[in-house]
Design a protein around this ligand. Structure first.
Ligand code: 13P
Length: 213
């Protein structure tokens, strides 16, 4: 194993434990992956993100074969769909975090833009978020739906299920998933209130200054 893979495995253990310890994941909910030069590292199925073991993290080769570690998450194809359509993605985080999942259950959520530009950081770290129709966990159709987006979104909400967020690095994907969750909390807190969104000009200024997601 390369030093880089060894480091990435330990980063996954540490960042997943941090997500779990702060309540972004409970029980065995959620899964996280990170890209390697020769495949991906994927959290095992039915593992709690709070107590992963570096050596047991699943490794999937570039052809999609499980080559080592425990049996991978049943959502592995959903992670692979992000890597296939967003070459810049270095990691993907799927959570059942409470507030983003709440928005994924709201009947009047705009499927093309379900997290409005309330704050600069959600624009800078997450961008526009697409709501994908409900299918059961582990259904490969979610991978097809993500591929159909052609890489235009770095984050999606799975209806009645939860968020999936990609990032250039494992750390940035985790930060983006946290930013999405905190913004979702604001969206729910502001429901029924007249709120002021960032204007198109302000969003453009952020994208020009800090780069496109
Ligand atoms: P896995 O335990 O297979 O990763 O599934 C957990 C999950 O979050 C399903 O959406």
């Amino acid at each position: 194993m390369t030093d880089a893979e060894h480091q990435l495995r330990h980063d996954m253990v540490r960042l997943c434990r941090s997500l779990f310890d702060r309540g972004f994941s409970v029980g065995t909910a959620g899964n996280v992956s990170a890209k390697l030069p020769d495949g991906i590292l994927m959290t095992p199925t039915n593992a709690t993100l709070g107590s992963l073991e570096a050596a047991r993290i699943s490794k999937i080769d570039a052809a999609g074969n499980h080559v080592s570690g425990d049996k991978p998450s049943k959502e592995v194809f959903l992670h692979q769909a992000f890597y296939e359509t967003r070459p810049e993605a270095g990691a993907v985080v799927h959570l059942h975090s409470t507030w983003a999942t709440a928005i994924s259950c709201l009947a009047d959520t705009d499927p093309d833009d379900c997290i409005p530009p309330l704050t600069p950081y959600v624009v800078m770290r997450v961008g526009r978020v697409k709501l994908l129709p409900y299918v059961k966990p582990g259904d490969p159709r979610t991978g097809d739906m993500i591929r159909d987006l052609d890489g235009d979104y770095s984050a999606v909400l799975l209806a009645n299920h939860g968020p999936v967020v990609s990032g250039k690095t494992l750390f940035s994907a985790v930060c983006a998933a946290e930013e999405l969750e905190e913004t979702a909390k604001l969206v729910v807190a502001l429901q029924g209130k007249k709120s002021r969104l960032l204007t198109d000009e302000q969003v453009t200024e952020l994208r020009t200054t800090f780069g496109q997601i």
